[in-house]
Design a protein around this ligand. Structure first.
Ligand code: NAD
Ligand code: GLY
Length: 359
């Protein structure tokens, strides 16, 4: 098992990454001082696949376990679902010291995190991410939220978990699309901060797609380490943490213009390529680096062409995005693989030129 520490003073915590960790969860929670009862929040698919293993580990360590289930899908990240969960927690006599375990992907993690942050003004949160995206990104760093109408993540908090348990074995049941979504974020970490991770992905992408556990463990732990370092330096997202938005300026616009038919990872892949092209046009990023990025994105099962949508709608969508700061579009641009900078000087006409003349 690998351990990554997120260093945030009294709110510091460990991320455990390894195979078969669900079975050890009861013991780990006792080690960090929990006892008595706890609550698992999950969705039907993840419950069917992993609910019993987790519950058995907890009960055999002496915990009394309640499982609360919410339906699958992004629409569950709502105040309404949070409200239902508050009722169920009250009915189950959850107290201030009752840990809440988020077992699932990013939707369950964000929703459960939001509920844990607000129920009784905060109960202990344990993240047990089961998608690659959740293991490398959403379970780390304390951003918890629900959506507000069509506005994503509008109501939320920074609320750090007490522990993150990333069981690599759970990734075996992901679909190819879900795996690729997580890979997009892993490629992102390579570009923003770690050329060696990027090279590792270039060399091992086929092993990853074949779900080789040791390779998956390596990429999850290296990604987690990068996210932990960035979050430790800028928990509240005032500066450095912005670099985690690489690929997301154009990516979010593609998701929204496509009415979320284009998956997040696919949209971020195009967004990363768009930012790299912009950087190349500005004379910052070498053409060979751009080609490396395009190749690895393609081999990860992600698109390298702008999907079929009304491209002219992308610029207004980018302008509406939250990455606009004081009226300027904020872009994370690569200088080279492993090094990025934040720019507010990219003109809408250059973005348009890159997106409209993609080929
Ligand atoms: P998801 O949570 O919707 O999960 C996708 C699907 O995979 C679900 O149907 C789920 O039941 C299923 N699933 C989960 N684990 C599985 C497993 N091991 N085997 C088989 N099926 C499994 O999607 P996601 O991509 O994990 O998360 C997306 C969410 O994450 C979005 O809401 C996004 O806003 C959020 N997010 C948050 C942050 C953050 O910092 N908080 C960062 C990135 C993304
Ligand atoms: N996923 C972006 C962040 O955590 O800041």
């Amino acid at each position: 098992m690998k351990k990554v520490r997120v260093k945030l003073g009294i709110n510091s915590y460990d991320i455990h990454i390894g195979r078969g960790l669900l079975r050890q969860t009861g013991r780990r929670l006792k080690e960090i001082g929990f006892s008595d009862k706890l609550v698992i929040i999950t969705d039907p698919t993840v419950r069917r696949l992993y609910g019993t293993t987790l519950k058995e580990s907890l009960t055999s360590s002496g915990f009394k376990v309640a499982i609360l289930e919410v339906a699958e899908g992004e629409e569950q990240k709502s105040l309404e679902t949070a409200g239902q969960l508050y009722h169920e927690l009250t009915d189950g006599y959850a107290e201030r010291n009752t840990p809440v375990l988020a077992l699932g992907g990013g939707v369950i993690g964000d929703l459960t995190g939001f509920v844990a942050a607000t129920y009784l003004r905060g109960v202990p949160l344990i993240q047990i991410p089961t998608t690659l995206l959740a293991q490398v990104d959403s379970s780390i760093g304390g951003k918890v939220a629900v959506n507000h109408g069509s506005l994503k993540n509008k109501i939320g908090a920074f609320y750090q978990p007490r522990l993150v348990i990333s069981d690599i074995t759970t990734l075996e049941t992901l679909t190819a699309g879900e795996l690729s979504d997580g890979l997009a974020e892993t490629i992102k970490y390579g570009v923003i901060r770690d050329e060696a991770l990027f090279s590792y992905l270039e060399e091992n992408i086929d092993r990853i797609k074949a779900l080789d556990e040791s390779t998956l463990e390596t990429i999850v732990s290296r990604s987690a380490k990068i996210k932990a370092e960035v979050v430790a330096k800028d928990e509240r997202d005032f500066g450095l943490r912005n670099i985690l938005n690489y690929g997301h300026t154009v990516g979010h616009a593609i998701e929204s213009v496509s009415d979320f038919k284009v998956r997040h990872g696919e949209a971020v892949a195009i967004g990363m390529l768009a930012a790299a092209r912009i950087s190349n046009e500005l004379g910052m990023l070498d053409k060979n680096e751009l080609i490396r990025l395009k190749n690895v994105i393609g081999r990860a099962g992600l698109p390298t062409e702008v999907p079929d949508l009304q491209r002219a709608r992308l610029i207004p969508a980018i302008k509406h995005d939250k990455k606009i700061f004081q009226g300027k579009i904020r872009f994370v641009l690569p200088k080279s693989i492993g090094d990025v900078f934040v720019s507010e000087e990219v003109s809408p006409s250059l973005i348009e030129q890159v997106l409209l003349n993609w080929n």
